[in-house]
Write a protein that binds this ligand. Structure first.
Ligand SMILES: Nc1nc2c(ncn2[C@@H]2O[C@H](COP(=O)(O)OP(=O)(O)OP(=O)(O)O)[C@@H](O)[C@H]2O)c(=O)[nH]1
Ligand SMILES: [Mg+2]
Ligand SMILES: [Zn+2]
Length: 289
């Protein structure tokens, strides 16, 4: 039995990195019978059989697991968004942030493509997010800000998550040129990425730590968070919770709501509050069925 880390999975094979090498493995049938699917990031025991084939034999309990992107055992979720091409979409950023907030995981935001973005767009994103989460402004193209990003990543297991074309793979190559992750273009017609990265893959960083590259997406479902819990996944709302006139205030249109008052006073950003109400309504709609 050898212990290792699943660093990639393609077509039913899992690539397990041990101290010595990377093994291509199948998963034991028992996992399928139990409805368990190995995830990238899983710590596993593998067994190399007499015929040389290796199988995943045991999956150690996960510290955390995510559906989008599908990764396990991370210390930090890095929400990567381009400040231009594709245009930043705060609704999508906020859905990713909420999904991350549901697990106990560090969160940071990485705004990419500052070399081509309009300064006021970058400043606007910074204004919204920097008080809530650690934030770095970078360019995968020029290398600006990459050292600052490295400092955040050092010694941790981090997953890059974000829209297709945001530049996740480009940033990985910039962090460590030996990686040579495939990068794609952004369609000039649809202004969307081309889903270049198809599989999650974990890379070792020579400055310490690991980064998971993940496939981007073009749309992102609101999580199935509990309606009452959603407010807690917006950290800047927490100081106001419990201070509204009604104990069960949803912070939508209720009178004497401490949250909407904070929005009016400029203490909570309008953009974030709009995301909260949109997600609230999405979840409410979903729960109807
Ligand atoms: N100008 C500029 N272009 C960038 C930057 N970072 C990435 N790009 C370009 O954006 C395009 C998409 O980059 P990728 O790294 O493939 O994006 P991705 O997030 O990995 O996309 P998926 O794998 O589809 O999820 C490529 O053409 C990159 O060259 C940047 O900082 N500035
Ligand atoms: Mg990619
Ligand atoms: Zn309220």
């Amino acid at each position: 039995m050898i212990k290792g880390l699943i660093v990639k999975g393609i077509g039913g094979f899992y690539y397990v990195k041990t101290d010595e090498q990377v093994y291509q493995c199948r998963a034991r049938g028992i996992f399928r019978d139990q409805g368990v699917t190995p995830m990238i990031g899983d710590i596993v025991d593998i067994e190399v059989q007499d015929d040389g084939d290796a199988v995943v034999d045991r999956i150690y309990p996960r510290k955390n697991e995510f559906l989008r992107p599908p990764v396990s055992n991370i210390d930090m979720m890095v929400v990567v968004a381009a400040a231009a091409r594709p245009k930043p979409n705060t609704a999508v950023i906020d859905k990713l942030l909420v999904a991350a907030e549901k697990s106990s995981v560090e969160i940071m935001i990485c705004i990419n493509k500052i070399d081509i973005a309009e300064p006021q767009i970058v400043a606007g994103l910074k204004e919204i997010y920097e008080k809530i989460y650690p934030l770095v402004l970078v360019s995968g193209k020029t290398g600006e800000g990459i050292d600052g990003l490295k400092e955040h990543l050092a010694g941790k297991r981090s997953a890059f998550a974000g829209p297709s074309g945001a530049g996740k793979s480009t940033l990985l190559n910039r962090l460590q040129p030996s990686i040579e992750a495939e990068t794609g273009s952004v369609s000039s017609k649809t202004k969307r990425g081309r889903h270049t990265t198809r599989h999650v893959e974990i890379f070792d960083m020579d400055f310490g730590g690991m980064v998971y590259d993940t496939p981007g997406f073009t749309s992102f479902d609101t999580s199935d968070a509990d309606l009452g819990e959603l407010q807690f996944y917006f950290p800047e709302m927490r100081p106001y919770i419990g201070k509204c006139r009604y104990d069960n205030c949803r912070h939508l249109k209720e009178p004497d709501c401490a949250v909407t008052a904070a929005v009016e006073a400029g203490k909570i950003s309008r953009s974030r509050y709009d995301s909260y109400t949109a997600q609230y309504k999405d979840i409410e709609e979903k729960n109807k069925y």
